[in-house]
Design a protein around this ligand. Structure first.
Ligand code: BGP
Length: 469
Protein backbone atom coordinates (compact mmCIF):
# COMPACT_ATOMS: atom_id res chain seq x y z
CA UNK A 1 0.00 0.00 0.00
CA UNK A 2 2.19 2.74 -1.26
CA UNK A 3 -0.45 5.42 -1.29
CA UNK A 4 -3.74 6.11 0.45
CA UNK A 5 -6.54 4.09 -1.11
CA UNK A 6 -9.48 6.22 -2.17
CA UNK A 7 -12.27 4.07 -3.39
CA UNK A 8 -15.73 2.68 -3.10
CA UNK A 9 -17.12 -0.80 -2.59
CA UNK A 10 -19.67 -3.36 -3.76
CA UNK A 11 -20.45 -7.04 -3.13
CA UNK A 12 -21.22 -9.70 -5.74
CA UNK A 13 -24.79 -10.65 -4.88
CA UNK A 14 -25.79 -7.04 -4.35
CA UNK A 15 -24.70 -5.76 -7.74
CA UNK A 16 -23.82 -8.43 -10.29
CA UNK A 17 -27.10 -9.96 -11.36
CA UNK A 18 -26.52 -12.52 -14.13
CA UNK A 19 -27.62 -15.13 -11.63
CA UNK A 20 -27.97 -17.88 -14.20
CA UNK A 21 -25.14 -16.80 -16.45
CA UNK A 22 -21.58 -17.95 -16.88
CA UNK A 23 -22.19 -21.35 -15.30
CA UNK A 24 -22.92 -19.81 -11.91
CA UNK A 25 -24.17 -22.11 -9.14
CA UNK A 26 -26.96 -21.25 -6.70
CA UNK A 27 -26.20 -19.50 -3.44
CA UNK A 28 -28.20 -19.33 -0.22
CA UNK A 29 -29.21 -15.75 -1.09
CA UNK A 30 -30.70 -16.70 -4.46
CA UNK A 31 -32.64 -19.46 -2.77
CA UNK A 32 -33.78 -17.23 0.07
CA UNK A 33 -34.79 -14.32 -2.17
CA UNK A 34 -36.87 -16.67 -4.30
CA UNK A 35 -38.54 -18.31 -1.31
CA UNK A 36 -41.66 -17.48 0.66
CA UNK A 37 -39.39 -16.45 3.54
CA UNK A 38 -38.47 -13.27 1.64
CA UNK A 39 -41.41 -11.20 2.83
CA UNK A 40 -40.06 -7.90 4.15
CA UNK A 41 -39.00 -6.49 0.78
CA UNK A 42 -39.67 -9.34 -1.61
CA UNK A 43 -37.13 -8.60 -4.34
CA UNK A 44 -34.14 -10.57 -5.61
CA UNK A 45 -30.60 -9.97 -6.85
CA UNK A 46 -31.34 -11.71 -10.17
CA UNK A 47 -30.48 -8.57 -12.12
CA UNK A 48 -29.43 -6.22 -9.30
CA UNK A 49 -27.35 -3.38 -10.81
CA UNK A 50 -26.45 -5.56 -13.80
CA UNK A 51 -22.77 -5.16 -12.94
CA UNK A 52 -22.20 -8.55 -14.57
CA UNK A 53 -22.68 -6.83 -17.91
CA UNK A 54 -21.81 -3.25 -17.02
CA UNK A 55 -18.68 -3.69 -14.90
CA UNK A 56 -16.53 -1.82 -17.41
CA UNK A 57 -18.75 1.25 -17.23
CA UNK A 58 -18.79 1.08 -13.41
CA UNK A 59 -15.03 0.80 -13.09
CA UNK A 60 -14.47 3.51 -15.68
CA UNK A 61 -16.80 5.86 -13.84
CA UNK A 62 -15.11 5.05 -10.54
CA UNK A 63 -11.76 5.94 -12.03
CA UNK A 64 -13.08 9.09 -13.70
CA UNK A 65 -14.46 10.03 -10.30
CA UNK A 66 -10.88 10.34 -9.04
CA UNK A 67 -10.91 7.06 -7.11
CA UNK A 68 -7.86 4.79 -7.21
CA UNK A 69 -9.29 1.64 -5.62
CA UNK A 70 -12.29 -0.66 -6.01
CA UNK A 71 -13.42 -3.13 -3.37
CA UNK A 72 -15.62 -5.93 -4.73
CA UNK A 73 -16.36 -9.50 -3.78
CA UNK A 74 -16.05 -12.71 -5.72
CA UNK A 75 -19.09 -14.96 -5.83
CA UNK A 76 -17.86 -18.35 -4.67
CA UNK A 77 -20.60 -19.90 -6.84
CA UNK A 78 -19.05 -18.45 -9.99
CA UNK A 79 -15.67 -20.00 -9.24
CA UNK A 80 -16.80 -23.36 -7.82
CA UNK A 81 -20.51 -23.60 -8.72
CA UNK A 82 -21.32 -26.35 -6.24
CA UNK A 83 -19.12 -24.97 -3.47
CA UNK A 84 -16.71 -27.91 -3.66
CA UNK A 85 -15.17 -29.75 -6.58
CA UNK A 86 -15.07 -28.56 -10.13
CA UNK A 87 -14.06 -25.01 -11.03
CA UNK A 88 -15.86 -23.00 -13.65
CA UNK A 89 -13.53 -21.53 -16.24
CA UNK A 90 -16.24 -19.11 -17.34
CA UNK A 91 -16.69 -17.75 -13.82
CA UNK A 92 -12.95 -17.39 -13.35
CA UNK A 93 -12.66 -15.54 -16.65
CA UNK A 94 -15.34 -13.07 -15.55
CA UNK A 95 -13.21 -11.94 -12.60
CA UNK A 96 -10.12 -11.85 -14.80
CA UNK A 97 -12.02 -9.38 -16.97
CA UNK A 98 -12.93 -7.28 -13.93
CA UNK A 99 -9.32 -7.28 -12.75
CA UNK A 100 -8.01 -6.42 -16.22
CA UNK A 101 -10.49 -3.55 -16.35
CA UNK A 102 -9.20 -2.29 -13.01
CA UNK A 103 -5.70 -2.35 -14.44
CA UNK A 104 -6.82 -0.56 -17.58
CA UNK A 105 -8.24 2.30 -15.49
CA UNK A 106 -5.38 2.29 -12.95
CA UNK A 107 -7.58 1.13 -10.13
CA UNK A 108 -6.23 -1.02 -7.28
CA UNK A 109 -8.56 -3.96 -6.58
CA UNK A 110 -9.34 -4.99 -3.02
CA UNK A 111 -10.99 -8.37 -3.32
CA UNK A 112 -13.30 -9.87 -0.71
CA UNK A 113 -13.49 -13.65 -0.94
CA UNK A 114 -16.77 -14.08 0.91
CA UNK A 115 -19.50 -11.48 1.35
CA UNK A 116 -22.59 -13.34 2.69
CA UNK A 117 -23.35 -15.50 -0.38
CA UNK A 118 -22.70 -19.15 0.41
CA UNK A 119 -23.03 -22.00 -2.10
CA UNK A 120 -26.45 -23.59 -1.64
CA UNK A 121 -25.10 -27.13 -1.28
CA UNK A 122 -22.92 -26.10 1.68
CA UNK A 123 -25.75 -24.05 3.15
CA UNK A 124 -28.03 -27.10 3.11
CA UNK A 125 -25.44 -29.07 5.05
CA UNK A 126 -25.47 -26.51 7.86
CA UNK A 127 -23.49 -23.66 6.30
CA UNK A 128 -21.06 -22.08 8.73
CA UNK A 129 -22.33 -24.25 11.56
CA UNK A 130 -20.75 -27.19 9.77
CA UNK A 131 -16.98 -27.47 10.10
CA UNK A 132 -16.75 -28.90 6.55
CA UNK A 133 -17.59 -25.43 5.21
CA UNK A 134 -14.29 -24.18 6.65
CA UNK A 135 -12.26 -26.61 4.56
CA UNK A 136 -14.38 -25.96 1.48
CA UNK A 137 -13.81 -22.22 1.87
CA UNK A 138 -10.04 -22.63 2.24
CA UNK A 139 -9.94 -24.72 -0.95
CA UNK A 140 -11.97 -22.01 -2.73
CA UNK A 141 -9.65 -19.29 -1.40
CA UNK A 142 -6.62 -21.19 -2.69
CA UNK A 143 -8.17 -21.37 -6.17
CA UNK A 144 -8.60 -17.58 -6.07
CA UNK A 145 -5.02 -17.01 -4.89
CA UNK A 146 -3.75 -19.29 -7.63
CA UNK A 147 -5.89 -17.75 -10.36
CA UNK A 148 -5.78 -14.08 -9.42
CA UNK A 149 -2.67 -13.86 -7.23
CA UNK A 150 -0.69 -11.94 -9.86
CA UNK A 151 -3.39 -9.31 -10.26
CA UNK A 152 -4.56 -8.81 -6.67
CA UNK A 153 -2.39 -7.30 -3.98
CA UNK A 154 -5.12 -6.71 -1.41
CA UNK A 155 -7.35 -9.49 -0.17
CA UNK A 156 -10.11 -9.59 2.41
CA UNK A 157 -11.05 -13.03 3.67
CA UNK A 158 -14.62 -12.53 4.90
CA UNK A 159 -17.03 -9.66 5.30
CA UNK A 160 -18.44 -8.88 8.74
CA UNK A 161 -18.46 -12.09 10.80
CA UNK A 162 -20.28 -10.12 13.49
CA UNK A 163 -23.05 -8.52 11.47
CA UNK A 164 -23.65 -11.51 9.25
CA UNK A 165 -24.13 -13.87 12.19
CA UNK A 166 -26.28 -11.34 14.05
CA UNK A 167 -28.65 -11.25 11.09
CA UNK A 168 -28.51 -15.00 10.35
CA UNK A 169 -28.80 -16.25 13.95
CA UNK A 170 -29.83 -13.30 16.14
CA UNK A 171 -32.37 -11.17 14.31
CA UNK A 172 -33.12 -14.06 11.99
CA UNK A 173 -33.67 -11.81 8.97
CA UNK A 174 -30.90 -13.39 6.81
CA UNK A 175 -30.88 -17.05 5.83
CA UNK A 176 -31.12 -19.46 7.67
CA UNK A 177 -33.50 -17.11 9.59
CA UNK A 178 -32.75 -18.43 13.04
CA UNK A 179 -32.88 -16.79 16.48
CA UNK A 180 -30.45 -18.76 18.59
CA UNK A 181 -27.22 -17.22 19.86
CA UNK A 182 -25.53 -20.57 20.52
CA UNK A 183 -25.74 -21.19 16.77
CA UNK A 184 -24.40 -17.69 16.12
CA UNK A 185 -21.28 -18.34 18.19
CA UNK A 186 -20.65 -21.63 16.43
CA UNK A 187 -21.10 -20.17 12.93
CA UNK A 188 -18.91 -17.19 13.82
CA UNK A 189 -16.16 -19.45 15.13
CA UNK A 190 -16.09 -21.36 11.86
CA UNK A 191 -16.10 -18.14 9.82
CA UNK A 192 -13.10 -16.91 11.77
CA UNK A 193 -11.35 -20.26 11.49
CA UNK A 194 -11.97 -20.16 7.73
CA UNK A 195 -10.56 -16.64 7.58
CA UNK A 196 -7.44 -17.66 9.52
CA UNK A 197 -7.09 -20.76 7.33
CA UNK A 198 -7.16 -18.61 4.20
CA UNK A 199 -4.58 -16.17 5.60
CA UNK A 200 -2.36 -19.08 6.52
CA UNK A 201 -2.77 -20.68 3.06
CA UNK A 202 -1.93 -17.34 1.43
CA UNK A 203 1.31 -17.14 3.40
CA UNK A 204 2.15 -20.77 2.55
CA UNK A 205 1.60 -19.98 -1.12
CA UNK A 206 3.97 -17.02 -0.74
CA UNK A 207 1.29 -14.55 -1.74
CA UNK A 208 2.84 -11.23 -2.65
CA UNK A 209 0.15 -8.95 -1.28
CA UNK A 210 -1.59 -8.23 1.98
CA UNK A 211 -4.52 -10.08 3.42
CA UNK A 212 -6.97 -8.94 6.06
CA UNK A 213 -10.49 -9.40 7.34
CA UNK A 214 -13.43 -6.97 7.10
CA UNK A 215 -14.95 -6.38 10.50
CA UNK A 216 -17.94 -4.18 11.24
CA UNK A 217 -16.71 -2.57 14.44
CA UNK A 218 -18.31 -0.01 16.69
CA UNK A 219 -17.48 2.67 19.13
CA UNK A 220 -19.49 1.39 22.07
CA UNK A 221 -20.75 4.26 24.20
CA UNK A 222 -23.26 4.99 26.95
CA UNK A 223 -25.26 7.99 28.03
CA UNK A 224 -24.36 7.53 31.71
CA UNK A 225 -21.03 7.15 33.42
CA UNK A 226 -21.81 4.59 36.13
CA UNK A 227 -20.17 1.20 36.91
CA UNK A 228 -23.28 -0.56 35.50
CA UNK A 229 -23.09 1.35 32.23
CA UNK A 230 -19.33 0.70 32.04
CA UNK A 231 -20.01 -3.00 32.47
CA UNK A 232 -22.58 -2.82 29.66
CA UNK A 233 -19.94 -1.19 27.41
CA UNK A 234 -17.50 -3.98 28.22
CA UNK A 235 -20.10 -6.65 27.46
CA UNK A 236 -21.15 -5.07 24.17
CA UNK A 237 -17.51 -4.69 23.16
CA UNK A 238 -17.08 -8.47 23.61
CA UNK A 239 -20.35 -9.18 21.82
CA UNK A 240 -19.75 -7.03 18.71
CA UNK A 241 -16.05 -6.23 18.42
CA UNK A 242 -13.63 -8.36 20.36
CA UNK A 243 -15.28 -11.64 19.39
CA UNK A 244 -13.95 -10.99 15.88
CA UNK A 245 -11.03 -8.60 16.13
CA UNK A 246 -9.01 -10.17 18.92
CA UNK A 247 -8.53 -13.55 17.29
CA UNK A 248 -8.07 -12.03 13.83
CA UNK A 249 -5.37 -9.59 14.90
CA UNK A 250 -3.68 -11.41 17.79
CA UNK A 251 -4.39 -15.00 16.79
CA UNK A 252 -5.94 -15.86 20.17
CA UNK A 253 -9.41 -15.40 21.57
CA UNK A 254 -9.89 -12.90 24.35
CA UNK A 255 -10.21 -14.78 27.64
CA UNK A 256 -12.99 -12.49 28.79
CA UNK A 257 -15.06 -13.52 25.79
CA UNK A 258 -14.49 -17.25 26.26
CA UNK A 259 -15.23 -16.96 30.00
CA UNK A 260 -18.50 -15.20 29.29
CA UNK A 261 -19.64 -17.81 26.77
CA UNK A 262 -18.77 -20.57 29.26
CA UNK A 263 -20.55 -18.88 32.14
CA UNK A 264 -23.63 -18.54 29.92
CA UNK A 265 -23.50 -22.30 29.46
CA UNK A 266 -22.83 -22.34 25.69
CA UNK A 267 -21.42 -25.59 24.34
CA UNK A 268 -17.95 -24.77 22.95
CA UNK A 269 -16.90 -28.30 22.05
CA UNK A 270 -16.42 -27.20 18.43
CA UNK A 271 -13.43 -25.07 19.50
CA UNK A 272 -10.69 -27.62 18.94
CA UNK A 273 -7.20 -27.53 20.41
CA UNK A 274 -5.64 -27.98 16.95
CA UNK A 275 -7.33 -24.78 15.70
CA UNK A 276 -5.13 -22.66 17.95
CA UNK A 277 -2.23 -23.07 15.55
CA UNK A 278 -4.37 -22.01 12.58
CA UNK A 279 -5.45 -18.86 14.40
CA UNK A 280 -1.85 -17.99 15.27
CA UNK A 281 -0.69 -18.57 11.69
CA UNK A 282 -3.73 -16.73 10.38
CA UNK A 283 -3.13 -13.29 11.88
CA UNK A 284 -4.20 -10.57 9.46
CA UNK A 285 -1.91 -8.01 7.80
CA UNK A 286 -4.52 -5.29 8.14
CA UNK A 287 -7.91 -4.81 9.71
CA UNK A 288 -10.72 -3.74 7.39
CA UNK A 289 -13.30 -1.70 9.27
CA UNK A 290 -16.86 -1.12 8.13
CA UNK A 291 -17.90 1.99 10.01
CA UNK A 292 -21.49 3.15 9.92
CA UNK A 293 -22.84 4.07 13.32
CA UNK A 294 -22.19 4.22 17.03
CA UNK A 295 -23.47 1.55 19.39
CA UNK A 296 -25.14 3.03 22.43
CA UNK A 297 -25.74 0.64 25.30
CA UNK A 298 -27.32 0.41 28.74
CA UNK A 299 -27.25 -2.33 31.38
CA UNK A 300 -29.31 -5.48 30.91
CA UNK A 301 -32.26 -5.21 33.24
CA UNK A 302 -34.21 -8.40 32.71
CA UNK A 303 -36.22 -10.30 30.14
CA UNK A 304 -35.42 -12.66 27.31
CA UNK A 305 -33.06 -11.89 24.42
CA UNK A 306 -34.71 -9.72 21.77
CA UNK A 307 -33.14 -8.71 18.45
CA UNK A 308 -35.25 -6.93 15.87
CA UNK A 309 -34.34 -4.75 12.91
CA UNK A 310 -35.97 -1.90 11.03
CA UNK A 311 -35.72 -3.23 7.47
CA UNK A 312 -38.63 -1.29 6.06
CA UNK A 313 -37.56 2.28 6.72
CA UNK A 314 -41.09 3.12 7.86
CA UNK A 315 -40.28 2.64 11.54
CA UNK A 316 -42.90 -0.10 12.00
CA UNK A 317 -40.26 -2.42 13.40
CA UNK A 318 -37.68 -0.81 15.62
CA UNK A 319 -34.03 -1.72 15.97
CA UNK A 320 -34.26 -3.31 19.36
CA UNK A 321 -31.64 -5.40 21.11
CA UNK A 322 -31.63 -6.96 24.55
CA UNK A 323 -29.00 -9.63 25.12
CA UNK A 324 -29.96 -11.59 28.19
CA UNK A 325 -27.27 -11.30 30.85
CA UNK A 326 -25.07 -9.01 28.68
CA UNK A 327 -26.48 -5.55 27.81
CA UNK A 328 -29.27 -3.76 25.95
CA UNK A 329 -29.15 -1.15 23.20
CA UNK A 330 -29.98 2.39 24.20
CA UNK A 331 -31.11 5.34 22.10
CA UNK A 332 -30.14 8.98 22.21
CA UNK A 333 -33.36 10.90 21.44
CA UNK A 334 -31.40 13.98 20.39
CA UNK A 335 -29.20 12.62 17.60
CA UNK A 336 -30.19 12.46 13.95
CA UNK A 337 -31.08 9.05 12.44
CA UNK A 338 -31.82 7.94 8.91
CA UNK A 339 -35.13 6.26 8.04
CA UNK A 340 -33.75 2.86 9.06
CA UNK A 341 -32.74 4.08 12.51
CA UNK A 342 -29.02 4.36 11.78
CA UNK A 343 -27.62 7.13 13.96
CA UNK A 344 -25.66 9.83 12.13
CA UNK A 345 -22.85 10.35 14.59
CA UNK A 346 -19.55 10.93 12.75
CA UNK A 347 -17.35 11.30 15.81
CA UNK A 348 -17.96 7.58 16.44
CA UNK A 349 -15.43 6.76 13.74
CA UNK A 350 -12.75 8.79 15.52
CA UNK A 351 -13.53 7.20 18.87
CA UNK A 352 -13.40 3.76 17.30
CA UNK A 353 -10.13 4.38 15.47
CA UNK A 354 -8.45 5.70 18.61
CA UNK A 355 -9.59 2.63 20.55
CA UNK A 356 -8.29 0.31 17.85
CA UNK A 357 -4.96 2.13 17.88
CA UNK A 358 -4.71 1.49 21.62
CA UNK A 359 -5.66 -2.18 21.46
CA UNK A 360 -3.93 -3.18 18.20
CA UNK A 361 -1.13 -0.63 17.78
CA UNK A 362 0.72 -2.52 15.04
CA UNK A 363 -2.14 -3.34 12.70
CA UNK A 364 -2.91 -0.94 9.86
CA UNK A 365 -6.54 -0.13 9.22
CA UNK A 366 -8.48 0.31 6.02
CA UNK A 367 -11.98 1.75 6.22
CA UNK A 368 -13.56 -0.81 3.90
CA UNK A 369 -17.09 0.66 4.10
CA UNK A 370 -18.69 3.91 5.17
CA UNK A 371 -21.84 5.37 3.70
CA UNK A 372 -25.39 6.54 4.07
CA UNK A 373 -28.56 4.72 3.04
CA UNK A 374 -31.24 7.09 1.81
CA UNK A 375 -34.38 7.35 -0.35
CA UNK A 376 -32.63 9.31 -3.13
CA UNK A 377 -34.66 11.12 -5.76
CA UNK A 378 -33.82 11.56 -9.41
CA UNK A 379 -34.86 15.08 -10.43
CA UNK A 380 -34.28 16.38 -13.95
CA UNK A 381 -31.47 13.92 -14.48
CA UNK A 382 -29.70 14.82 -11.20
CA UNK A 383 -29.53 13.48 -7.66
CA UNK A 384 -28.87 16.25 -5.15
CA UNK A 385 -27.73 14.13 -2.20
CA UNK A 386 -26.27 16.91 -0.09
CA UNK A 387 -27.14 14.85 3.02
CA UNK A 388 -24.73 12.15 1.81
CA UNK A 389 -22.03 14.71 1.06
CA UNK A 390 -22.46 16.08 4.57
CA UNK A 391 -22.28 12.58 6.05
CA UNK A 392 -19.17 11.49 4.13
CA UNK A 393 -17.40 14.78 4.69
CA UNK A 394 -17.90 14.72 8.43
CA UNK A 395 -16.74 11.11 8.70
CA UNK A 396 -13.66 11.92 6.66
CA UNK A 397 -12.85 14.91 8.86
CA UNK A 398 -12.85 12.63 11.90
CA UNK A 399 -10.80 9.96 10.11
CA UNK A 400 -8.28 12.63 9.19
CA UNK A 401 -8.10 13.70 12.82
CA UNK A 402 -7.50 10.08 13.88
CA UNK A 403 -4.62 9.87 11.37
CA UNK A 404 -3.19 13.11 12.73
CA UNK A 405 -3.47 11.64 16.21
CA UNK A 406 -1.39 8.64 15.24
CA UNK A 407 -3.81 6.08 13.87
CA UNK A 408 -2.44 4.09 10.94
CA UNK A 409 -5.30 4.32 8.43
CA UNK A 410 -4.35 3.32 4.88
CA UNK A 411 -7.52 3.69 2.88
CA UNK A 412 -11.17 4.65 2.70
CA UNK A 413 -13.99 3.07 0.69
CA UNK A 414 -17.42 4.59 0.32
CA UNK A 415 -20.31 2.13 0.42
CA UNK A 416 -21.26 1.94 -2.39
CA UNK A 417 -19.79 2.49 -5.86
CA UNK A 418 -23.27 2.64 -7.39
CA UNK A 419 -26.75 1.84 -6.07
CA UNK A 420 -27.29 -1.82 -5.43
CA UNK A 421 -29.44 -4.36 -3.61
CA UNK A 422 -29.55 -3.68 0.11
CA UNK A 423 -29.92 -6.97 2.03
CA UNK A 424 -33.58 -7.30 3.09
CA UNK A 425 -34.03 -3.54 2.65
CA UNK A 426 -34.54 -3.84 -1.10
CA UNK A 427 -33.62 -1.32 -3.80
CA UNK A 428 -35.16 1.85 -2.44
CA UNK A 429 -32.51 2.17 0.21
CA UNK A 430 -29.69 3.61 -1.84
CA UNK A 431 -26.05 4.11 -0.90
CA UNK A 432 -24.35 4.69 -4.25
CA UNK A 433 -22.19 7.54 -5.45
CA UNK A 434 -23.82 6.74 -8.77
CA UNK A 435 -27.59 6.42 -9.18
CA UNK A 436 -28.87 3.30 -10.92
CA UNK A 437 -32.14 3.94 -12.74
CA UNK A 438 -33.66 0.48 -12.25
CA UNK A 439 -36.73 1.39 -14.30
CA UNK A 440 -34.73 2.71 -17.21
CA UNK A 441 -32.34 0.07 -18.44
CA UNK A 442 -30.25 0.43 -15.27
CA UNK A 443 -28.76 3.67 -16.55
CA UNK A 444 -25.96 5.15 -14.46
CA UNK A 445 -26.25 8.77 -13.29
CA UNK A 446 -23.52 10.23 -11.07
CA UNK A 447 -24.97 11.87 -7.96
CA UNK A 448 -23.74 15.14 -6.49
CA UNK A 449 -21.79 13.08 -3.95
CA UNK A 450 -19.83 11.45 -6.80
CA UNK A 451 -18.57 14.84 -7.99
CA UNK A 452 -17.99 16.02 -4.46
CA UNK A 453 -15.91 12.91 -3.64
CA UNK A 454 -13.76 13.48 -6.73
CA UNK A 455 -13.10 17.05 -5.67
CA UNK A 456 -12.41 16.05 -2.07
CA UNK A 457 -9.83 13.47 -3.12
CA UNK A 458 -8.16 16.10 -5.31
CA UNK A 459 -8.02 18.81 -2.71
CA UNK A 460 -7.66 16.85 0.55
CA UNK A 461 -6.22 13.51 -0.59
CA UNK A 462 -2.59 14.35 0.06
CA UNK A 463 -3.28 15.17 3.70
CA UNK A 464 -4.23 11.53 4.28
CA UNK A 465 -1.03 10.26 2.75
CA UNK A 466 1.32 11.48 5.42
CA UNK A 467 1.80 8.32 7.43
CA UNK A 468 2.13 5.90 4.54
CA UNK A 469 5.64 4.91 3.50
C1 BGP B 1 -22.76 -3.80 5.45
C2 BGP B 1 -22.59 -4.82 4.36
C3 BGP B 1 -22.88 -4.33 2.99
C4 BGP B 1 -23.98 -3.30 2.89
C5 BGP B 1 -24.01 -2.32 4.04
C6 BGP B 1 -25.30 -1.55 4.15
O1 BGP B 1 -23.08 -4.45 6.61
O2 BGP B 1 -21.25 -5.29 4.34
O3 BGP B 1 -23.05 -5.45 2.18
O4 BGP B 1 -25.19 -3.85 2.56
O5 BGP B 1 -23.80 -2.92 5.27
O6 BGP B 1 -26.26 -2.33 4.78
P1 BGP B 1 -27.76 -2.35 4.36
O7 BGP B 1 -27.74 -2.58 2.90
O8 BGP B 1 -28.36 -3.48 5.11
O9 BGP B 1 -28.31 -1.05 4.76
Amino acid sequence: MAKFLWGSATAAYQCEGGWKEGGKGMSNWETFCHSEKNVVNPVTGDVASDHYHRYEEDIRMLSEGGQNAYRFSIAWTRIIPKGVGERSREGIEFYHRILDTCKKYKVEPLVTLYHYDLPQGLFEKGGWENRDTVQAYIEYAKVCFEEFGDKVKLWATVNEPNYETICCYGRGNYPPNVQDLSRRWKAMYHLLLASAGAVSAYKDMKGKGQIGIVSDSYSIEALKDTPEYKEAIYMADLFYNRCVNEVSVNGVYSQGFIDKLKSDGFDLSYMLEEDKETFIKGKVDYLGINAYDRTLVKPYSGGETVMTANNTGDGKTKNETIIKGWFALDEDPYTEKNAWGCELYPKAVYNLLMQLKEIYPHTPIIITENGLGYYDKLEDGCVHDEYRVEFLKSYLEWIKKAIDDGCDVRGYFVWSTMDLYSWINGYKKRYGLVYVDYDNDNNRIPKDSYYWYKQYILSEGEKFNAKIQ
